[in-house]
Design a protein around this ligand. Structure first.
Ligand code: BJ8
Length: 382
């Protein structure tokens, strides 16, 4: 029998419900794989008969525990992930049979070494560049190694057919999410940016795939109908904002809500809390291992070097979503995004001829006033 931690009340209702759903799943013998990153190939997890769950990493509270082992000047996402694990306050971590990590940034990969002392943490070696044959071969061998790990751990055979089926369902899910995100293309946008962010966050915590897809399709339909009826043709002078950079679920209240309260409409996210991984489907005509390898290697995270694909993505999004300005959100001590922001700013200002704002922050509310002032000043300038 599984217990739920006492801290469960400190999570919002949707998360509490998903903890209970996961407890019930565990009691039927369901295998669970905890993940932290978009590079985790969920198709392999489903093909192994397991369920992937995004682990808690977006709160300031567990950071005090993490700082006993980790340096203070480390990214809040890494500290929160480890803090939840070590303080045993994330039920998803507790229910996971194993953790899947990747060698993305230095902080994350070194943190996984410590996490492995708490729970079986398997780390995939991610290449640092995405366009060479050598990186494809390395990543493919890592996908095969992960397949073997799952086969041994969960005592299953991952067949080609299971992978093909898993790819097919994953693509349907991506398509549904893209249709929802594309509501941001409408003028004025049919959905608020804060809602987009919390919907995607919540989507990963519903484990019944059929149910969650039906809910998403229904919400997309409802928002589109509301737009047709009440918003279509209305004029607005709210600037259309693209948020780019680090994942932003941990700064939703502090930054995303402030952008919208200050008069902007977030119409798209170029980050892992948005369409970055959803835009491109997995090729269903290829060998499934090759197709999965190719797909995940194309994710334009700043851990890749060089990472020109990200600039191309930003251009496409700015054009398709009619973006007026770009706001880059970087989590404190995230060196890859912080350094890459220099190229992003240049590209946005000089090539796209759009205004750009850089915000570096953490999960605490200490700099809330400062963030608010900078966003308001940016909009006044617009
Ligand atoms: S694919 S964005 S989820 S690595 S913010 S922990 S990079 S120091 S989160 Fe990320 Fe995967 Fe990339 Fe997406 Fe490190 Fe930076 Fe922290 Fe980061």
């Amino acid at each position: 029998m599984y217990e739920l931690p006492k801290e469960i009340d400190s999570f919002d209702e949707a998360k509490r419900n998903s903890f209970i759903a996961m407890k019930e799943l565990k009691e039927t013998g369901q295998d669970i794989v905890g993940v932290f990153c978009t590079y985790s190939p969920s198709e392999l997890i489903y093909a192994a008969g397991a369920i992937p769950v995004g682990l808690c990493a977006t709160s300031d509270k567990p950071i005090q525990y993490a700082e006993r082992d980790l340096p203070k000047n480390l990214c809040p996402l890494i500290k929160a992930s480890y803090g939840f694990a070590i303080s045993d306050t994330c039920p998803f971590f507790y229910f996971s049979d194993m953790i899947l990590g990747e060698t993305t940034c230095d902080g994350k990969k070194k943190m996984y070494e410590l996490m492995n002392d708490i729970k079986d943490t398997y780390v995939m070696q991610l290449p640092q560049t995405s366009d060479t044959k050598a990186s494809f071969d390395l990543w493919k061998s890592e996908i095969v190694r992960l397949k073997e790990k799952f086969e041994e751990k969960f005592n299953v055979e991952i067949t080609k057919e299971k992978l093909q089926e898993s790819i097919k369902i994953g693509n349907i899910e991506r398509k549904n999410l893209m249709e929802y995100f594309e509501l941001g293309k409408l003028v004025p946008p049919a959905v608020k940016g804060v809602e987009m962010n919390s919907t995607q966050d919540g989507f990963s915590f519903i484990f019944d795939r059929k149910d969650k897809n039906e809910k998403l399709i229904a919400r997309t339909k409802e928002l589109r109908e509301n737009w047709e009826k009440n918003l279509k043709g209305t004029k607005t002078n709210r600037p259309r904002i693209l948020v780019t950079g680090c994942p932003v679920n941990g700064v939703r209240e502090k930054i995303l809500k402030t952008i919208e309260d200050a008069g902007g409409d977030i119409v798209a996210y170029d980050n892992c809390s948005g369409i970055r991984e959803k835009q491109e489907m997995i090729d269903e005509t290829k060998d499934p291992i090759d197709a999965i390898t190719e797909k995940y290697l194309k994710i334009s995270c700043s851990v890749m070097s060089p990472n020109g694909r990200r600039l191309d993505d930003i251009r496409t999004i700015c054009e398709e979503f009619q973006v007026d300005a770009v706001i880059e959100v970087v989590l404190q001590a995230c060196h890859t995004y912080a350094i890459e922001s220099t190229s992003v700013k240049k590209y946005v200002n000089n090539d796209l001829k759009l205004p750009y704002l850089y915000i570096e922050s953490d999960y605490s509310m200490l700099d809330f006033g400062q963030v608010q002032t900078r966003i308001q000043a940016f909009f006044e300038m617009l």
